[in-house]
Design a protein around this ligand. Structure first.
Ligand SMILES: Cc1ncc(COP(=O)(O)O)c(C=O)c1O
Length: 449
């Protein structure tokens, strides 16, 4: 396997190389066709049409090779076309593509559940169920928690993101673009404060947890709450790492009150942060954990894993769906998980942090627009403010991202205030490309100042 050297197994040179403007003429042609064929509601961040990807590179129809600092929003953690994934998927797709696990089952589904039960925090008895998308996993976590507790209320937090289905829109904080005009939303969803250290100082994580818990007690009533659903590091909210103690205090409160504590690890899970799951940084063992994205090397798969007594409280037939735990997606997941275990994926995420974090801190010294640097492992971000203030600067954020795109570095923005540039490189990113990307990001600040 040659993932991190000069070329990937799918013969992709690990070099940034631009041969046209970004986007190039063939991409622009496809963009015009997209406009005619695809709903305007489906936007694209950067309209370069991809033909091949792997290692740390995205290659487009015009022959440009860009550095991938987004992993398709934290999905291709094991790299695109990872050979372990490719081999498993090819074997599976040639054997059979679908039977529906609920009709005639197959071993791959069970093996993925076994792996999830083994890898998620805690050594208690666990069960898993598989779905197609992160939002679907969250929907099912709520269904399971409601059945188990016989309660209705669901507590979520400020800046949280949980998806785009009707229930998960209600659980998601940010209006535009996720919720605008799509209501009415599901009921019995209650939002409480979250810890956002950059904007909360001098309040601590524990101070904010007390505030959130008081809100639950006084405004909802703890005995009405089925589930508290929190991301250990908020993704779409702005890569917000809560202050020390916040996440654990919320989990403890849930435990003391018979509330199911659900960690949404859809973005932060599967070695992305340098641990298998980000809940472990606070020593939290969630009752249920929702996963997706990095689980299957790009194939659509999601899961809910958790305490056997909670997971088994649902009547037979209450969970499922036609495609959930599709055999090809399961084969991809088994390949991705094997790669993560054999290739020390957590160590790779920490190595990325060790290079990137000091470089971002150095960048901040020259650029007061960088208000905050945060994240863990290969889930890092910078929050941009108007220099000397705490005012978000979404315009400069967009300008820096646009500059990077033009130079062949794919970066994503995020945040409630759209003022965060986030970095989610695949863990197969060669260090020379990571360093090159950092150089381009630094130039982005020079040219936009
Ligand atoms: C934390 C979190 N939860 C849920 C979701 C929804 O996942 P999906 O887009 O697969 O439905 C996302 C997607 O970005 C996410 O980051």
């Amino acid at each position: 396997m040659t993932l991190t050297t000069e070329r990937t197994d799918n013969d992709l040179a690990q070099v940034r190389r631009l041969v046209t403007n970004i986007p190039g003429p063939k991409s622009l042609e496809l963009l015009a066709r997209k406009t005619e064929a695809v709903s305007a509601g489906v936007g694209v961040t950067l309209p370069v049409f991809i033909t091949k990807a792997g290692g740390g590179i995205l290659e487009d129809v015009d022959g440009n090779s860009m550095i991938d600092m987004g992993s398709g929003i934290a999905v291709t953690t094991v790299g695109n076309a990872n050979p372990y994934v490719v081999e498993n998927v090819q074997r599976q797709v040639a054997a059979f593509t679908h039977t529906c696990f609920m009709v005639t089952p197959y071993a791959g589904y069970v093996e993925v559940c076994e792996a999830l039960n083994r890898l998620t925090p805690g050594d208690h008895a666990k069960r898993s169920a598989l779905f197609n998308s992160g939002a679907e996993a969250i929907e099912n976590a709520v269904k399971i928690a409601r059945t188990f507790t016989n309660r209705a209320a669901v507590v979520v937090v400020e800046h949280g993101y949980h998806g785009r289905t009707n229930l998960t829109m209600a659980m998601t904080a940010k209006n535009m673009p996720y919720k605008e005009g799509f209501g009415p939303f599901a009921s019995e969803i209650f939002r409480v404060p979250t810890s956002y250290p950059f904007r909360d100082a001098p309040l601590s994580g524990l101070d904010i947890a007390k505030r959130a818990i008081s809100r639950i007690d006084k405004e909802i009533g703890a005995t009405n709450v089925a589930a508290i659903v929190i991301e250990p590091i908020q993704g779409e909210g702005g890569f917000i790492v809560p202050g020390d103690g916040y996440f654990a205090a919320m989990a403890t409160f849930a435990k003391e009150n018979g509330i199911v504590f659900v960690a949404d690890e859809i973005q932060s899970g599967f070695c992305r942060t340098g641990d298998w799951f980000a809940s472990s940084y606070e020593g939290v063992i969630p009752d249920l954990i929702a996963t997706a994205k990095g689980i299957a090397g790009g194939l659509p798969l999601a899961a809910v894993t958790g305490r056997a007594d909670i997971m088994d409280s649902v009547h037979a037939g209450g969970l499922g769906g036609t495609y959930g735990g599709n055999p090809v997606a399961c084969a991809g997941a088994l390949g991705a998980i094997r790669w993560m275990e054999e290739e020390d994926a957590c160590g790779r995420a920490k190595a990325i942090e060790a290079v990137m974090l000091p470089a971002l801190v150095a960048m901040q010294k020259n650029h007061p627009a960088i208000g905050d640097i945060r994240g863990r492992g290969a889930m890092l971000a910078i929050e941009l403010v108007k220099p000397g203030t705490m005012d978000p600067d979404p315009e400069r954020t967009g300008a820096v991202a646009k500059y990077c795109h033009g130079q062949g570095v794919m970066v994503l923005t995020t945040g409630t205030y759209s003022n965060v540039v986030r970095f989610l490189p695949p863990l197969t990113m060669p260090m020379h490309l990571l360093e090159e990307a950092i150089g381009v990001i630094a130039s982005g600040f020079e040219v936009t100042s």
